[in-house]
Design a protein around this ligand. Structure first.
Ligand code: HEC
Length: 120
């Protein structure tokens, strides 16, 4: 790997560290406002984030906030092969989110009651 590739990874790692320091302060109330009024997350992830519209879509309720925040940042960084998650749908959803919004949304989703995952 060349130097610029290494630098990109260093920058990405620094961005992840920044977000991780914000997780602790996630404002769940604001996160609720964001996912119910500003963004249409529930249109796919379902009411209460427990009933996704398609069984292949993940349930978000009750997931750990740090995991959710990391996932959202990874979709934002889709173009970075070192940390990016590649999903066309979620890359578009995560693109407009600020680090603050990611922290708040993640705190809210973690606060929701999770339903036990059942297999049919
Ligand atoms: C058009 C449908 C759609 C919308 C709208 C949508 N999502 Fe998603 N979301 C998905 C799909 C599909 C996946 C699984 C993607 C994959 O396989 O990586 C996903 C995955 C995720 C994950 C990763 C969960 C995990 O277990 O790894 C998070 C977090 C997430 N979405 C949050 C959000 C948030 C926050 C919003 C609103 C800003 C949102 N989504 C809007 C369809 C959607």
């Amino acid at each position: 790997m060349d130097i610029s590739g290494k630098r990109r990874i260093a920058v990405a790692a620094a961005a992840l560290a920044l977000v991780s320091s914000a997780w602790a302060g996630g404002d769940a109330e604001n996160g609720k406002e964001l996912v119910t009024k500003k963004y249409a997350c529930a249109s796919c992830h379902g009411a209460n984030f427990n009933n996704p519209i398609d069984p292949s879509y993940p349930k978000l309720a009750g997931q750990h906030a740090d995991y959710l925040a990391h996932a959202l940042l990874s979709y934002k960084e889709s173009s970075n092969a070192a940390i990016g998650r590649k999903n066309v749908v979620m890359a578009a959803q995560a693109a407009p989110l600020s680090d603050r919004e990611i922290a708040d949304i993640s705190a809210y989703l973690e606060s929701l009651p999770a339903s036990v995952i059942t297999h049919h």
